[in-house]
Structure formats: structure tokens, C-alpha cells
Design a protein around this ligand. Structure first.
Ligand code: MTE
Ligand code: MO
Length: 351
């Protein structure tokens, strides 16, 4: 009854009513956010990324356009959060609870980093992976303010929509750029990507690290609490597996005999990529050229030229080696419980 009355009043006042709606919506709130300049900006991207011919024929761009960035939400309706009403409570196994408002977060010295996000449900060769420039405040610094008690090993993060995830405390506090994020590619977080505040932790799949619309972080133990996806059979720990993908040529493409450009991306966040190799028809592995990347927390583009002499059907396969020297496994695994593995391949016809 009260709600009906309020809606009727809004209709009656016309323009003023609409303004009121805008003030209390995520979109209205987002349009008023002015992000501060990062205290610690992302380094400029190295030269030589995005070779024009390869990108024109389908190589993934190094930076993912926000409109193309994959989305994984358990909520059917994108949460509508007003930044002015947002707060984060850090509690549990801590010396002092910390409660943080949006303006207080923006007033802190913010760090900007290129980081590649990946979903554990990504199939080999799949597209649930993307790279953006994130702006945020180190979670480790907030946890230090709170004073984590001995014995804690997990952060149970809760979203305004009730989604929960369990992030390992060790990775969040080991010095990597684990961030409480407010900005994506120089803009306030898009609503779909967690406006006003989300987490991003390089090297961990999103389901154990990247809580969108985060509003509560409980410092606890894996032995004590579980979270949304771990309750549904997914692994407690979710380090990102080394992976590589062929973008060009597309599978089932017809290519002309001669020099055929082959290109794609490879990722092993926080370990980095040291080598990418391609083989034709399960022959010898050939070294591809790995293009530079912003850091070990992002993917790399790679290119290779295939001298395709023989007409007919051929298969191309790719594998990457991470920064520790470990070669991507050829063992085929489905995404559940801890991420897919195996080599990506494409079949092409040389004419
Ligand atoms: N609140 C909330 N946060 C979430 C999820 C979700 O469903 N709800 N999905 C997680 C998963 S599985 C991934 S892979 C990333 C995806 O982030 P994106 O949608 O911004 O790409 O967000 C994580 N954070
Ligand atoms: Mo995910």
C-alpha cells in the first residue's frame, strides 16, 4: 500500500519523480562517480601488441572491450546498487572490524593494473576470459587494518545478491595485486561487472576471487565455511591453469596453400607465459612468437607462420609453457571441478 502510494506520487510529480528514481538507481549513482587518478598507475602497454593483420583476421585484442567482456552471474537480475548506500564490512577472525563506505574507498591511494580474468567454466578454446585495466585498493592493506588473527586461511565474500565465494587468504596477501576494485578501463565499474565495488585477484578463477557487488568479507577458515560454487561440487581451491587458444585460422576454415598466419592468446596468470608452440598434424612442436604483455597477470598474444604446402585437411594444436617452465598439460579435463585442460586445436582445409 505504501509502495503504491509512493509510486503514484512519483507519477504525479512527473519530471521530479523521474529525477528521484535516477538518484536511487545504480545507473544514476554511477553517472555521478568521479574516479580519482590512480596513486599507482598501470604502466603503459608495451609496443607491438595487436598486430593489425592478425587482429583483422580474428586475433583477440590484448585489451578486451567492456561490451565484449564475458559475464557470469548467478543472479537473474543485475543487482541495482547505489554507491552512496554501499558499505563493506570486514569481520570474523580479526582484531578490529572495518566498515568502509564508497567515498572512503575512493579517498585511499588507488592502484591500477592490467589483469586477465578467467572463468573456471571456460572450455578449452572458450571465450570466458578477458583483460581489463582495473582500479582498486589492495585487499591486503584493508586486512592489515583489520588485523587478521592466526589460523584464518579464507575470506568468505558475500555480494548484495547473496552470492558467496571463498578466496584463499594466502594468495590475497602474498603481495600480488589483489584488489577491491572500483574502476574498469578508466570508468566506474559497469553495473554488470559489479558496480560499485568488486574483488579481482590475479591468478585465481573468478568463482574463488572476483566477487561482484561485494558488501561483506568474513575472515574465516576453509574448514568452517563453504561458498556458492564449492557447495555445488566445484573445487575449494581455484588457481588458474596454464591455457592457450588458437584464434586464427578459425576451425573448418579453408586456407590457400603457402604462408598461413596462425595466431591466438595464452594465459597463466601470476606465473606468466614463457613459450608458445604450435604443431601441425601432431608433428614436431614449432616455436611461435610471443608478443609482450603488461605483466605476468595478463594473457599474451602469439603469432606463428605456417608454411602450408600440402592440400587437404590438417589439424593445428597449441600449447604454452608458463613462467616457471611448466608445460601446459595435454591431459583432457572438463571444467568441473577445477578448470578445463588439454590442447586447443583447429581443423583447416588447405586448397
Ligand atoms: N556476485 C557475484 N559475483 C561473481 C559471480 C556471480 O555470479 N555473482 N560470478 C563469479 C564468476 S564465476 C566469475 S568467472 C567472475 C566473472 O566476472 P565478470 O562477470 O565481471 O566477467 O565473477 C565472479 N563473481
Ligand atoms: Mo567463473
Amino acid at each position: 500500500m505504501l509502495l503504491g502510494g509512493a509510486a503514484a506520487a512519483g507519477l504525479a510529480t512527473g519530471g521530479a519523480g523521474q529525477a528521484l528514481v535516477a538518484v536511487r538507481s545504480a545507473e544514476g549513482s554511477r553517472s555521478r562517480v568521479v574516479l580519482p587518478a590512480p596513486a599507482d598507475p598501470a604502466p603503459p602497454l608495451p609496443a607491438g601488441l595487436d598486430p593489425a593483420d592478425a587482429v583483422a583476421s580474428g586475433l583477440t585484442t590484448y585489451a578486451t572491450r567492456t561490451a565484449d567482456f564475458y559475464r557470469i552471474d548467478t543472479a537473474l537480475i543485475v543487482p541495482d546498487v547505489v554507491a552512496e548506500d554501499w558499505s563493506l564490512r570486514i569481520h570474523g577472525d580479526v582484531e578490529r572490524e572495518v566498515v568502509l563506505g564508497f567515498d572512503e574507498l575512493l579517498a585511499k591511494p588507488l592502484r591500477e593494473r592490467w589483469i586477465t580474468l578467467t572463468c573456471v567454466s571456460n572450455e578449452v578454446g572458450g571465450s570466458y576470459v578477458g583483460t581489463a585495466r582495473w582500479l582498486g585498493y589492495p585487499l591486503a592493506d584493508l586486512l592489515e587494518e583489520a588485523g587478521v588473527r592466526a589460523g584464518a586461511d579464507m575470506l568468505l565474500a558475500t555480494s548484495v545478491d547473496g552470492f558467496t565465494l571463498s578466496a584463499p587468504l594466502a594468495e590475497v596477501t602474498d603481495g600480488r595485486d589483489a584488489l577491491l576494485v572500483v574502476g574498469m578501463d578508466g570508468e566506474p565499474l559497469p553495473r554488470e561487472h559489479g558496480f560499485p565495488v568488486r574483488m579481482v585477484v590475479p591468478g585465481l578463477y573468478g568463482y574463488v576471487s572476483a566477487c561482484k557487488w561485494v558488501t561483506d568479507i568474513e575472515v574465516t577458515r576453509f574448514a568452517e565455511k563453504t561458498a556458492y560454487w564449492t557447495d555445488r561440487g566445484w573445487a575449494e581451491r581455484g588457481p588458474i591453469k596454464t591455457a592457450s587458444r588458437i584464434d586464427v585460422p578459425r576451425s573448418f576454415a579453408k586456407v590457400r596453400a603457402g604462408a598461413v598466419p596462425v595466431a591466438g592468446v595464452a594465459w597463466a596468470q601470476h606465473r606468466g607465459i614463457s613459450r608458445v608452440e604450435v604443431r601441425v598434424d601432431e608433428g614436431e612442436w614449432q616455436q611461435a612468437r610471443v608478443l609482450p604483455s603488461a605483466s605476468s597477470d595478463t594473457w599474451c598474444q602469439w603469432v606463428w607462420e605456417w608454411n602450408a604446402a600440402e592440400a587437404g585437411n590438417h589439424s593445428l594444436q597449441v600449447r604454452a609453457t608458463d613462467g616457471t617452465g611448466a608445460v601446459q598439460t595435454e591431459v583432457v579435463a572438463a571444467p568441473i571441478p577445477d578448470g578445463s585442460s588439454g590442447y586447443d586445436s583447429v581443423s583447416v582445409t588447405v586448397v
